[in-house]
Design a protein around this ligand. Structure first.
Ligand SMILES: CC(C)(COP(=O)(O)OP(=O)(O)OC[C@H]1O[C@@H](n2cnc3c(N)ncnc32)[C@H](O)[C@@H]1OP(=O)(O)O)[C@@H](O)C(=O)NCCC(=O)NCCS
Length: 435
């Protein structure tokens, strides 16, 4: 979490407040220290995501785990349950890693729900525009989210900048041909796993464009230790330690029972983190060679997993790819200056943005071993992007030429190809978490 949390106390956006107030709705920041306001809020958010009513124990756990965030609710005074908002959104400032390994503060948005009784009246639009204006007012250059409904966010200038794959592996067919490292594997308690994962993730995410800094309550949930969380006891945790006994990777998984054939259990990975190639190989080999397991499932893997090259039959794995990490650029010069580039260059980029936040023409000059500087400029652009198209390419995982072919970027093909050479990231961008 960004150290300075002045963002938490930023007031409700005036524009959204006025828009919603014109429809008789009240838009306000929630006091997370006030359980009488926060509990009904959390119930409304969970209902929005189609969950059942939360127990007191679950609410207490959520209050403790999430209170660090900034929560905004939209209230309808005419509702029978007036304490429950009809619209919810929460946000916080965290780091996202850019190519070159530098993290910049990102306005993370989560928990966007509108009660089905109040849908399609513009509540989500008012909340999302309010978030972006508030982030801009707080001096945050980029916003991000992960989505359960992918069709909504493009209209607000967000675009996918990382993609993820879900894997289902037939272990009998896969056959391990990867390295067999010397380090050791050991089971650990879920409490130990919670702490090891937090430390590992904080190292791993800084080396990978697209990853974000996690929040403390996440590891409690990942290990099934959140109050009232169901299914936690099914989780197992194993760590890999190198020759010096230092933890270099960990996996948390569960095994679903197959009653008809005890040799055909399914192992589902909740998370696998590794900071060395040895840890990666040892943990994947461990799950793929697990006795009595015939299927291994994992989600949110990279689109460029080394695992593909560690199994004899790549067709043993069925992959499904989808967009995952969505970004929204708010301050173009700040974001372009924060990443590094593969080649020197000099480009004039025009950015269009119906919300006005990223709108402008910018000269990007890259020199001094890949450092970029962007300043407002005039003249003919080499390429024109929507705010979303620029967000798609900023991590280096999507090529501007691809978007040009798709009709989302205009510009001279030679300039766009040169731009792609500069923007290419040394590592495939990846985001391994939902938030
Ligand atoms: C998705 C949800 C937040 C939309 O709220 P809403 O208040 O009905 O949305 P709005 O009326 O403000 O609509 C905003 C825009 O998004 C569009 N939109 C809204 N929901 C959409 C959907 N499910 N699919 C496609 N477009 C959608 C609207 O048509 C509107 O477009 P426009 O302003 O360009 O004309 C709400 O339906 C909901 O809570 N769904 C369940 C939880 C969920 O999916 N949350 C999103 C998590 S990523």
């Amino acid at each position: 979490m960004a150290e300075n949390s002045t963002w938490k106390t930023l007031p409700a956006d005036r524009g959204s407040l006025e828009t919603l107030s014109a429809s008789g709705l009240d838009y306000r920041v929630i006091d997370t220290a006030d359980a009488a306001a926060f509990d009904p809020y959390l119930q409304a958010e969970m209902r929005g995501f189609l969950s059942g009513e939360q127990s007191d124990e679950q609410l207490a756990g959520m209050r403790e785990g999430l209170a660090f965030r900034r929560f905004i609710g939209v209230y309808d005074a005419g509702s029978l349950e007036r304490a429950q908002p009809v619209g919810t959104v929460n946000s916080w400032v965290t780091d996202v890693t850019l190519p070159g390994g530098r993290g910049i503060p990102m306005w993370a948005i989560s928990g966007v729900t509108v009660a089905p009784t109040h849908r399609r009246k513009g509540i989500a639009r008012a909340m999302l525009e309010g978030e972006l204006r508030t982030a801009a007012a707080g001096g945050i250059a980029i916003a991000g989210l992960t989505v359960s409904e992918a069709t909504i966010y493009g209209r607000f200038g967000f675009a996918p900048s990382t993609f993820a794959t879900d894997w289902s592996i037939d272990t009998r067919r896969a056959l391990w041909i990867g390295p067999r490292p010397d380090g050791r594997l050991d089971f650990m308690s879920r409490e130990a796993a919670r702490d090891e994962l937090a430390a590992l993730h904080d190292r791993v995410r800084q080396a990978r464009p697209g990853e974000i800094q996690a929040w403390p309550g996440l590891w409690r949930r990942m290990t099934g230790l959140a109050p009232g969380q169901e299914g936690g006891k099914k989780l197992r945790a194993v760590r890999y330690a190198d020759a010096d006994g230092v933890t270099r990777g960990a996996v948390v998984y569960s095994i679903g029972e197959e009653r008809d054939d005890f040799s055909k259990h399914e192992l589902t990975i909740s998370i696998l983190l590794s900071e060395t190639p040895d840890a990666y190989a040892a943990l994947w080999r461990f799950v793929l060679e697990h006795d009595l397991v015939s299927v291994v499932k994992a989600s949110l893997l990279s689109v460029d997993e080394p695992l593909r090259w560690m199994i004899a039959d790549q067709r043993a794995a069925t992959l499904r790819t989808s967009e995952h990490g969505w970004l929204r650029i708010i301050d173009v010069p700040a974001v372009l200056a924060a990443r590094t580039y593969a080649t020197d260059g000099d480009f004039v980029l025009r950015v269009t943005d119906p919300l006005g936040l990223a709108e402008g023409t910018w000269r990007l000059t890259i020199d001094d071993a890949g450092t970029g500087r962007a300043t407002a400029a005039g003249g003919e652009p080499d390429a024109t992007f929507s705010a979303g198209a620029l967000a798609a390419i900023v991590l280096g995982g999507v090529r501007a030429e691809t978007l040009r072919t798709a009709g989302l970027v205009t510009g001279d093909p030679h300039s766009v190809a040169t731009l792609d050479r500069s923007f290419a990231a040394a590592q495939t961008p990846h985001l391994g978490l939902w938030y």
